[in-house]
Write a protein that binds this ligand. Structure first.
Ligand SMILES: *[C@@H]1O[C@H](CO)[C@@H](O)[C@H](O)[C@H]1NC(C)=O
Ligand SMILES: *[C@@H]1O[C@H](CO)[C@@H](O)[C@H](O)[C@H]1NC(C)=O
Ligand SMILES: *[C@@H]1O[C@H](CO)[C@@H](O)[C@H](O)[C@H]1NC(C)=O
Ligand SMILES: *[C@@H]1O[C@H](CO)[C@@H](O)[C@H](O)[C@H]1NC(C)=O
Length: 768
């Protein structure tokens, strides 16, 4: 204990600790040096030393009073922060208590600390004047008493004036009682012997060490006089409302500083200064009456000031957790409010409230303290700021009130996942789109604050047709715009689905996902493909038409498919060129070639048709094919049918023929006659072969018709059946009228020389 006056202070420093209501009470002597130890509040309250700093432990004072003490957050010690002078703080009050609050936050905790300031003997008794003049008649009798103004000591109790001593003299002794000090005449005065005298009066206090003050009483002995004035009462008491107007007559009777004045004639005491109950609730004055000849008498006037309700309550926000996270549970304390009213009794009784309609309430705590607690769940996304008005009203009459606005913000918690504006999204794109083209855009909203509400988009991993989704689409993470990564092919797939995730940037992040369906619409990018008759050379075929065929007989059928869909695959068939334009027609939609009239003998045996197949796209695409027809009942009748072999054989044969030709040329002249003779006799039997349209697997292998539905849907009806029937009937070597017979085109080279040269014909045989 480091006050520098250990023994002295020890006598007064009786530590009295009350833990009632979690409060502390310490007794300390006044006038301690700054930073003297008062006590260890942490230990006395059982607080964890380590949390003092984090909990912002501090000493709080109501209003703008001086700070008397503070807490050392590392030791928990309460130490004085300035010198405390009991006399200026409490005057003559027998007990002097300074109340401070010890506040801790998280959770908010408040302890009242009462500092009982003990008096020390730091003031000496003092007389108002150094010299008291007295005039006493010669005729004064033994036992007469003469009042002397008392000495004053600012200390209290034992440290105040305890006794007086009068310097030894021949005439006077001292008489002291509680209210006055008097000189008592013991031996009569004799003006002829001594006209005047000086008496030394000493006032002593009871402190240790003892202090004293002196005054010289100068007594002048007078010749003769009337009676000295006498007060009607030894003590006058009056009660005076504070704020009393000037000139209020308090009591009719001398005076206290500048606050009162006394009318020297009538003895009326008037108010000349500000009377404030809160500053001073009582006055004590010594009143002197003096007659014309200088005889004096003294009396005391005690004035009690009564309180009126002139102070409105003052609201102090002691602590506030601002901002408050939106996820705090109901009944969480967010602030502490203290209300003070300087008035007394009911004038100082205060009621405190806040407005309706906010999720907060005030819960009274210890006297004049209120906790501001939440009453429900907060939601920053609904209300992010509160303006709480605290109103305090006292119970005076009329009551006074005041209010204070408390601003409270709600801090964000990442409690909302991003939410897409739509349940699902669809994007429509034409096939053959440019890579990078925009498909659609998705938007998700997140009402949280800053990064907790910042939405980032991404495509969830997955597969489309066995390839990663990322090779089909990408999404702009910031804008949600979805782009195609590649060009799509309707013939490959017509739609696919991807999942896009929206994630916020909180920690931990929240997310949601949405499905995006991409529909690829068809573009007429595939020409019709003719399956029968076989396209482009190699093996041209010939249909056999019976001579007896009537008008309307089915002769053949063009079979075509289109890989596109809808209108783009809707095929129509037209004959664009024919040997005999009136003989055959083609079904516009069926592709069936029928005779238009009966076959007559005059019709050419060999008929050729060029058929165009068009789709219905915009613009439309088309393909053409040649159809070779032979009007005959018997293959044996067919003239000029050549030996048939496949191209591969032909080329090989051609080589042999060239070699043979060289030989033949060499012996040309020699054997010309023989050769001519042989040539007339030479005849070959026609050979037939079955033709099958390219099988579907082949078509599929090219990659243009991968999905079988394309094929099935647009293949002209009946084609398979007729192909199958043909093979069967050929094996049986019977040919019903409506059936067709196919032959190698090489058999018909010569007859068709006059037709469209663009129609490619298989390798030509030289007729040897
Ligand atoms: C608290 O007490 C410690 C130990 O006595 C001292 O070192 C430190 O300076 C004090 N802190 C304050 C703020 O007074
Ligand atoms: C809060 O309320 C007080 C009193 O009603 C008002 O003066 C103040 O402007 C308000 N502040 C806000 C931010 O609304
Ligand atoms: C986001 O939310 C977290 C808790 O989920 C919170 O700690 C953080 O402060 C919030 N961020 C902002 C910018 O409000
Ligand atoms: C996508 O969202 C659904 C519900 O909306 C959820 O069940 C699923 O787990 C989510 N998927 C991912 C990968 O987040």
């Amino acid at each position: 204990y480091a006050t520098g006056r250990p023994c002295f202070c020890f006598a007064f420093f009786i530590l009295t600790l009350h833990l009632a209501y979690g409060d502390l009470s310490y007794s300390i002597p006044e006038e301690m040096k700054r930073e003297s130890l008062i006590g260890n509040a942490a230990k006395d309250l059982g607080l964890d030393l380590r949390t003092l700093a984090s909990r912002q432990a501090r000493v709080d004072f109501g209003g703008n009073h001086k700070r008397y003490c503070e807490i050392n957050r590392s030791t928990g010690d309460l130490i004085t922060s300035e010198r405390i002078d009991r006399e200026s703080l409490c005057g003559k009050k027998p007990s002097c208590v300074v109340k401070v609050d010890l506040v801790l936050e998280n959770p908010l905790e408040l302890h009242r600390v009462s500092l009982h300031i003990q008096d020390i003997n730091d003031n000496s008794p003092k007389f108002k004047k150094h010299l008291i003049e007295m005039e006493i008649r010669e005729s004064a009798e033994r036992g007469n008493r003469f009042s002397i103004e008392e000495a004053h000591d600012a200390d209290i109790g034992q440290n105040a004036v305890q006794r007086y001593t009068l310097q030894k003299n021949d005439n006077f002794i001292l008489a002291v009682d509680s209210n006055k000090v008097e000189l008592v005449l013991e031996n009569k005065l004799d003006r002829e012997k001594q006209k005047e005298m000086n008496l030394l009066l000493t006032a002593l206090d009871g402190g240790s060490p003892q202090r004293s003050g002196t005054v010289v009483i100068h007594v002048t002995v007078l010749d003769a006089n009337d009676n000295a004035p006498v007060f009607s009462q030894a003590v006058y008491k009056a009660s005076l409302p504070e704020n009393s107007p000037l000139d209020t007559v308090v009591i009719t009777v001398k005076d206290d500083e500048n606050v009162f004045s006394i009318d020297s004639k009538t003895g009326e005491i008037r108010v000349t200064g500000v009377i404030d109950f809160e500053e001073r609730s009582s006055f004590e004055m010594r009143v002197q009456a003096k007659d014309g000849l200088g005889l004096t008498s003294y009396s005391k006037v005690m004035i009690d000031v009564t309180d009126i309700n002139d102070n409105a309550p003052v609201i102090y926000l002691k602590s506030l957790s601002n901002p408050v996270p939106e996820n705090v549970s109901p009944n969480t304390e967010v602030g502490i409010i203290n209300v003070q009213d300087r008035d007394s009794e009911t004038n100082g009784q205060v009621r405190c409230s806040i407005q309706q309609g906010v999720p907060f309430k005030l819960v009274p705590s210890i006297k004049n303290y209120y906790s501001l607690v939440t009453t429900g769940q907060l939601d920053r996304e609904l209300v992010s700021d509160y303006n709480i008005t605290v109103t305090a009203t006292d119970e005076g009459s009329p009551p006074l009130s005041s209010s204070k606005a408390v601003q409270l913000s709600v801090a964000d918690i990442n409690d909302n996942p991003p939410v897409f504006e739509e349940q699902s999204y669809s994007a429509y794109v034409s096939e053959n789109n440019k890579p990078g083209s925009t498909l659609c855009s998705v938007t998700a909203r997140d009402p949280d604050w800053r990064q907790n509400g910042t939405v980032i988009y991404s495509v969830l991993p997955g597969e489309v047709n066995g390839a990663p989704v990322s090779s089909y689409v990408s999404v702009n993470g910031d804008t949600g715009v979805i782009h195609a990564v590649r060009s799509f092919d309707h013939e490959q797939f017509r739609s696919f689905k991807v999942h896009v995730m929206a994630r916020d940037n909180g920690s931990p992040p929240l997310s949601s996902n949405v499905s995006v369906s991409v529909f690829i619409s068809d573009v007429n990018d595939n020409s019709p493909q003719i399956l029968y008759p076989a396209p482009e050379g190699k093996s041209l075929m010939t249909e056999l038409v019976p001579k007896a065929a009537h008008g309307g007989s089915l002769v053949s059928k063009v079979i075509a498919v289109d890989a596109d869909s809808g209108q783009n695959a809707w095929l129509s068939y037209h004959i664009v060129k024919s040997t005999d334009p009136g003989l055959f027609t083609i079904g516009v939609h069926s592709g069936e070639i029928r005779t238009q009239r009966d076959i007559s003998e005059s019709d050419s045996m060999k008929q050729n048709l060029i058929v165009a197949v068009k789709d219905n796209g915009q613009p439309s695409l088309s393909a053409t094919c040649s159809m070779y027809l032979l009007i005959s009942d018997n293959l044996a009748e067919v003239p000029e049918l050549k030996d048939i072999s496949y191209d591969e054989k032909n080329s090989k044969l051609t080589s042999y023929l060239i070699i043979a030709l060289v030989c033949v040329s060499t012996f040309f002249l020699t054997f010309i006659i023989i050769i001519l003779g042989v040539r007339f006799c030479r005849r070959r039997k026609p050979r037939l072969f079955a033709y099958l349209p390219p099988n579907y697997a082949d078509v599929d292998g090219t990659g243009t018709l991968r999905s079988t539905y394309n094929y099935d849907a647009y293949l002209t009806t009946g084609s398979r059946t007729s192909d199958f029937k043909f093979v069967t009937s050929y094996s049986d070597n019977t040919l019903p009228a409506d059936q067709t017979l196919r032959k190698s085109p090489t058999d018909f080279v010569d007859p068709f020389e006059d037709l469209d040269p663009s129609v490619e014909v298989g390798a030509v045989h030289k007729h040897l």
